[in-house]
Every structure is written in structure tokens, then in C-alpha cells.
Design a protein around this ligand. Sequence first.
Ligand SMILES: NC(=O)C1=CN([C@@H]2O[C@H](COP(=O)(O)OP(=O)(O)OC[C@H]3O[C@@H](n4cnc5c(N)ncnc54)[C@H](OP(=O)(O)O)[C@@H]3O)[C@@H](O)[C@H]2O)C=CC1
Ligand SMILES: CCCCCCCCCCCCCCCC(=O)OCC(=O)COP(=O)(O)O
Length: 321
Amino acid sequence: MVSIPEVWKLMDLTTTVIIPLLFGSLGIFTLFRLLQWMRMRAYLREAVVVITGATSGLGKECAKAFHAAGSKVVLCGRNSEKLRELVQELSAMTNHRKNVSMHKPHTVVFDLSDTRMVINAAEEILKNMGHVDILINNAGISYRGTVVDTGLDVDKKLMETNYFGPVALTKALLPSMIKRRQGHIVAISSIQGKISIPFRSAYAASKHATQAFFDCLRAEVEQYDIDVTVISPGYIQTNLSLNALRGDGSRYGVLDKATAEGQTAAEVAQVVLAAVGHKKKEVLVAGLAPCLAVYLRNLFPRLFFTLMASRAKKEKKVKDS
Ligand SMILES: NC(=O)C1=CN([C@@H]2O[C@H](COP(=O)(O)OP(=O)(O)OC[C@H]3O[C@@H](n4cnc5c(N)ncnc54)[C@H](OP(=O)(O)O)[C@@H]3O)[C@@H](O)[C@H]2O)C=CC1
Ligand SMILES: CCCCCCCCCCCCCCCC(=O)OCC(=O)COP(=O)(O)O
């Protein structure tokens, strides 16, 4: 039994020590988060942010998010008409924050799978903007097909767009970042940069290569105060599956159920904004099953391979029927 004086003592301890401590820590935590948020906003404001694949999906939503945060966005794409429309859309956005001014976006037209064009584009960007603070390598294409029926030209196309394009652009902008000892390079990879699922060989390979390249880069450029962020999303509601290539190089042209039921591009763009603002090294933006699959691949690879083989058999049966 607890005696009355003991209860008083306990209550005294609660009111004089535990409650103030609790509220004190909460206050410190809130203050810390606020400072973090303010530092992120300051980092993004006025920053020159280059975004590839800005004409659609995640790139377009990133353009809106960074533009609204006060960054000077450079919109890259291969369709000048779509870029012009986006500039109009961004220019029409109203500024809700009094202390943030939104800048007129710049545009650069080039195809990522053409190395010469990529190098010229980087020169053009540096000439017009003076420097690049943040490069977001977002543009990409996907693929559907079996290894046995896929032409090598399709494997190469995927690697050129998803891997060599971002690598060429990064290499072209890196020396100026090193010179300034300042810069941030972002790679939009995929959960498929961490695990390979059946009928995605070319896509998963290009994303695994992306992950590996940018992990190396991060280690090499930290000494120059350059940050590298790799973002690995799960399914997003975009045109990715519609524009995916088949094994014979033709357009897949189907909006897959998983894509249609994915996260919205605007949600993922906010995660990209925060990850860049907080200078995160890598971020997985996916539901429970894809995240668990990544851990399963690393912790219990045999089980993962069995699951993928059964998935391949099942999908093949459905296709054949
Ligand atoms: N949607 C998803 O489920 C997921 C997407 N991702 C990644 O997100 C990124 C953005 O894709 P998402 O928005 O979904 O797809 P979209 O198809 O909507 O957008 C892809 C963008 O990349 C551009 N692009 C494609 N090929 C080239 C090229 N050769 N040169 C220049 N630009 C090119 C497209 O330009 P154009 O308008 O001219 O076609 C478009 O702007 C990709 O890297 C993708 O792998 C990662 C995980 C999941
Ligand atoms: C301990 C229990 C573990 C349970 C794990 C179950 C394994 C389930 C497999 C889940 C596979 C998830 C694949 C996710 C793929 C993905 O998110 O890809 C993103 C993309 O890049 C999409 O591109 P696509 O062209 O494929 O639409």
C-alpha cells in the first residue's frame, strides 16, 4: 500500500519535475524543427535549380514545388512547346508567402540520350545562370519485356536515357560546383534501383547503375562540400508506364494499375523538396510492401529470389492466357 504522504510526494515530483521536463523537451524539439525548417527554406530560396524531365509527372511537380519555394528553376526537356506551357503555368502561380519572391523560370531544350546535346546544354545553363546550386536528375523512361525477347538496342536506350544522360550532365556541371565548393546533385532513382523485379531488366539495371554511380560520387565530393541525394520512389501516378518501351522498342502505352494507384507526383515532389532542403543522403518514398521487399532482398535473398521467380511465372501465365 502507498501511504498518503507518499502520494503527495509523487504528485509533487510530477508537477515540479516531470511535467516541466516534458513540456521543456517538447518546446526544444519544436524549436529545433522550426530552425531546421527555416534553414531549409533559406537554402532553397534564390538557389539555381536545374530539373530534367520537367515536362511531365514528377519533374513537373518538382518544378512547381521549387519555384514556389523561391528557387530559380531551369526547366529541361526535349519538347519546347511543353516547356513553354509550363513556364506560363508557373508564372501564373500566386505567391502566398510574403517573404518569398518567385523568379521567372528558364528553359533548356535537349535530349538526354544525346551526349553532345547534354554537354552543350550544361554550357548554356552555366553561361545564362552563372552557376548551378542544385541539379535534379529526374528524366527517365521505363520498360516492359522479357530478357529473351528484348533487343539490345532497347537495353542501350534505357541506359542512355536513365544512366548515361544524368551521368553526362552531372560530369558537365561538376567542375563548376567543385570550383565553388558548393552544390547539390540529386538522382531520382527507383525502388527498382534497390531490387529487380521480373520483366523490368533494362529499367532495373539502369536504376541500379544510377544508385551505384551516385553513391560513389557522394563519397568523392563530400570533401568539396557537395551533397548527393538519391531518391528511390515506389509507384507514382505519372505517364511512366504509358511511355515505357517494349522489348521490340515500341511504346507500351498502358497505364498500369500499380501506376494509377501510386502516390501522387505532387506528394512525391514535396518529399524531394524536403529531402533536398534537409540534405538527406538517400530517401525511400514507397509503401510498406516495396520497402519490406528491399530489406528482404538484403537480409533473406533466397526467399526474395523465390518470390520473384513465382511472380514471373504467375505474370507469364496471365500474359499467355
Ligand atoms: N512513375 C513511377 O512510378 C516512378 C517513377 N520514377 C522515376 O521518376 C522519374 C520521372 O518519371 P515520371 O515523372 O514518373 O514519368 P513521366 O513519363 O511522366 O516523365 C518522364 C520525363 O522524362 C522525360 N524524358 C524521357 N526521355 C527523355 C530524354 N531522352 N531526354 C530528355 N527527357 C526525357 C520526359 O520528357 P517528354 O515529356 O518529352 O516525354 C518526361 O518529362 C523517372 O526517372 C522515373 O524512373 C521512379 C519510381 C517510380
Ligand atoms: C517480410 C515480408 C516481406 C514481404 C515482401 C513481399 C514482396 C512483394 C514484392 C513487392 C515488389 C514491389 C515492387 C515495387 C516496384 C516499384 O515501386 O517500382 C517503382 C518504379 O520505378 C515503377 O516503374 P514501372 O515502370 O515498373 O512502373
